[in-house]
Design a protein around this ligand. Sequence first.
Ligand code: GTP
Ligand code: MG
Length: 565
Amino acid sequence: MNSLVRRSAQQLSLWRTYCVKHNAPEAASPGRNAGRPNYEEFIGRHQRQAQCSIVVQVSSEKSYAELYNYCSSFGSIMGAHHYCVRQDETLHYILLEYATSDEAAAAIGAGVTNGELSGVPVRSPFLWFRAAGGGRRGPKLVANTAPALLSLDGTRQVDQGHLLGLLRGAADIEEQVQQLHEHTRLNELGIRMRFLAALQVQQAIAGMFPAAQAQPFGSSVNGFGRMGCDLDLILRFDSDMGAKSPLEAAMPSRLVYHTKENLSNGRSQTQRHMECFGDMLHLFLPGVCHVRRILQARVPIIKYHHEHLDLEVDLSMSNLTGFYMSELLYMFGEMDLRVRPLTFTIRRWAQTCGLTNPSPGRWISNFSLTCLVMFFLQQLRQPILPPIAALVKAAESGDSRVTEDGINCTFTRNVDRLGFRSRNQSSLSELLLQFFEFYSQFDFHNRAISLNEGKPLSKPDHSAMYIVNPLEQLLNVSKNVSLEECERLRIEVRNAAWVLESEVENASVPEGDGQELSWGLLNLFKHPEKAVIRPNMFFKPRMVEVSDLFEQKEAGATSSTPPAP
Ligand code: GTP
Ligand code: MG
């Protein structure tokens, strides 16, 4: 059952199921993910979707038909999703998507302020549906039959007992990896909700800053996000995503805006602005609560919780490289269908053995760990991913991106221009084992990891772990990692390699049945005392029982701040 040996026919069939589920054209190579939207198209599509959407709090999902009929009078409803936010009581919400943004605006415009409650009257896509008969009469109800409600719970993780059951019942490790990815990745509703949170901020300041954009980045959009992940948001005042049009470049306008003089110190100016935005969010935006200002960090951020979306948000104004880095990770994830399931499994494993932690510190961050996975996939004898240098080389004039602090983020946005086709046919379980073996032998002491080159370089300083920052190559992404944590990583990858190898040796001997049955990934995620332990293996006490881990509330965990380089 739990053999690592690849069964090509079975793998291909899994692949086909995966392609159908992800609406991806089945490509010639099992790993290739052709015909999918590029990052800007993906972002643009979700931004437009958000502009066509409203979120309405209802007393329960039973209100849906009535809400649908009422809201249909403002336009054509294209989709409706129900989700719950569990506080002291369970709160119910329905996200409605209209055919056009004007229709959504009409619905928002028809909203009224609740005279019975105190509160600043703010117009936003977050509304509630009061019982019929209260206050002003609504439009005449049309007797529509509401289509089925898409009942996805966008803020919650899959029931963990169910997930464990799925992993136990999978045919092999390959399927376990796929199942883990399938059932823990951020779903479509989760993405929609994150774009609505962004739109709310953008619309709130649109009067004074009509060109401003609040753009999601990080795991919410790079395809590596799990259910409950935080929303990283950058507020940009120059909405210019790409290069200027030739006409604009040739004939700049002669009318120039008067503006306030900048402070001489750009950083303190950003901090002042963020302080002001923090107050604005805190005082006026419905749903925004627990606002914290972390302005002394390398990248100053405002953290807040959105109670209508059950979402942690990190808002920054000066981290454009993070935005473009997310684009690179998105592209890597799109290049080969194995990249994301493999990364999810490795991130879950690292969380299980306490290598990663939601709060920033001396341990490896999820972002650095993701870089380790990308690098591993680049340096294979048959690479699955190209080096970033190849993407830079293939850039055309339309790909030019330079941040306001002069950092060049130019690389091709069209992977087809690379002419890169991986001939690597390894299964996910083989790659997982190879990942652990690779890093158990990697010379962290002398070598740095360069995703730009796709091969190790000499380490330029004495940091315990050195991952060249792909967009600011003089910086080290993993500078925060201590020697002890780096050593722990080496020990844990060695242990994981051994556990996976022993799965092959004990291929046909499951440890029990029903609830006790533990094999494959479950053993990898298991408490060391209960797992088969390699002699002389050194374990740290921070490890947790796999079922404990699955029960941890990840959604409420504080999100990590990008580590100081
Ligand atoms: P989770 O929040 O843990 O799910 O993952 P994440 O990828 O969103 O990580 P995080 O919130 O810490 O960072 C958000 C994004 O900022 C990452 O996806 C990267 O794109 C970017 N980022 C984080 N740290 C660095 C860094 O040191 N250098 C660069 N260039 N980008 C970074
Ligand atoms: Mg994040």
